[in-house]
Design a protein. Sequence first.
Length: 564
Amino acid sequence: MALAGIVFLITRYFFLRALMKKDKQLTELKLNFFNNISHEIRTYLSLISAPIERLLLAGKGTDSEIHQLQTIKKNTDGLLELVNELMDFRKAETGNLQLHISKFNIVTFIQSICESFEPMALSKNIATKFSTGTEQIDLYFDREQMKKVIFNLLSNAYKFTSEGGLVSITIEDDVSQVSIKIADNGKGISPENIQGLFRNYFQENDYGHQNTGYGIGLALSKSIITLHSGELTVESFIPTKENDLSTIFTIILKKGNIHFENDQLIPLSYDFGLQKNGIQKIIEMPELVTTELASIDMHARKYSLLIVEDNSDVRQLIVDTFSHLYLILEAQNGQTGFEMATEQIPDIIVSDVMMPEMDGYTFCHKIKTDERTNHIPIILLTAKASATNHVNGLQVGADIYLTKPFSVQILELHIHNLLSLSERLRKKYSEQLVALTPLNNLLIHNCTAVQEKNTTENEFINKIVAIAEAGISNPNFDVEMICRHIGMSQTVLYKKVRALTNMTINDIVKEVRFKKSAELLCQNKYTIYEVADMVGYNDTKYFSREFKKQFGVSPRDYKQRQTL
């Protein structure tokens, strides 16, 4: 019997271990399934919302048609919120929901969310009472996740409060914690349902009335608050004269950040946006000096836009949106896109993230680490909306990271601003190349009008200048020699240099030669014939004629002026 018992325990141990391993694999499969489904739903939502947005921006049609479009847009946004909630719910259920903690003013944060419920409150004539002891209470929390909790509790409060009712929000500041109470004087919750309220998929029996919830909102809210090391509780009373509130949800959050892991804490400067009134406003457009952009002719040349997207419908949507503005190049995956980018050298790239053969992150990394293409701005479009994926996208070199469904207007503004930035850099480089400055100080690195993101571009132009300067005395020095030194084909090098400086390689070599000749003339050590020979010109008359075109005076007059 003892031997049989030992065999039974050993067998049971291995059986349970195999069962747990299988359960873990099943969980991973479920998560992958949810991720893939989320991507597909977001892609189709993009195909719905983007054309609707274009129609709304056009402003054509009757008031009734515009109202119907606005209704479609509103419900599309609602469906997106539901997808996000399902994804977060699944992550919380499997312990994979990650927090990104920063410090915010909880008072203005909640006030900003309350403002979105004003239309509902007005339509049902519900009074909203907001009370707090102070206007400034700093707390550490995940803004996006906490927004879902507050939004869910307020949504339930307004939904289950009858017309003419009351919704109350109270924030109490204690020494070590902050309590947030969201209460209403609706029908209340029966005692037998209180215990199961935060259970997954739980729905209260509404006595024949249709319950439009899904039973995941409160369960997700409970999980989020627990991850914050806080508490979420509920109380339900029979309204009295002294207290007319029937249901009170209470959130208790600890002050400080010692109860969070170090990898959960994110400095506010790294958070993707600007804090405004305690709730962050996402930056939807690069910060550029728009007054200076006005002087740039964006239509002086036809820019090329490479679209890398495996979904033909989404790709066609972007083509239809921008084909009248740019020359369009199309690629079905990252591998094809990379080959096309290195051959065509487009002015800007818009790429998806989840693609066959080569995903968007790998594609972006290869573009930004290849000397032929590292100057090209890249916009990543993806259904992966988490902050972690956002960080991954920016770390591999993406200039902009947009989540699906994306706004075509915002995408157009991003493309315009990135091209404007490239145009300003191009203008700056060409001005500095033409300017009469020493070769070793050719490029200025502290350009105040543009954020310092062009270090690799500086290095590349300096490399071209250094090669040209090294071969300056050779009259047979040409573009082919530069191509061999750089390791690029003549076509690719021409396109890259043209994109960076709006000049040809011959123009740069010519600028370097005459800049050097001006330096040599200033030294007053050499004759004009010697200077011409030193910068690669055998014909002194031709050199003098070209020098006068460059500087407006002959080499002799220039030398005399410098001597005086």
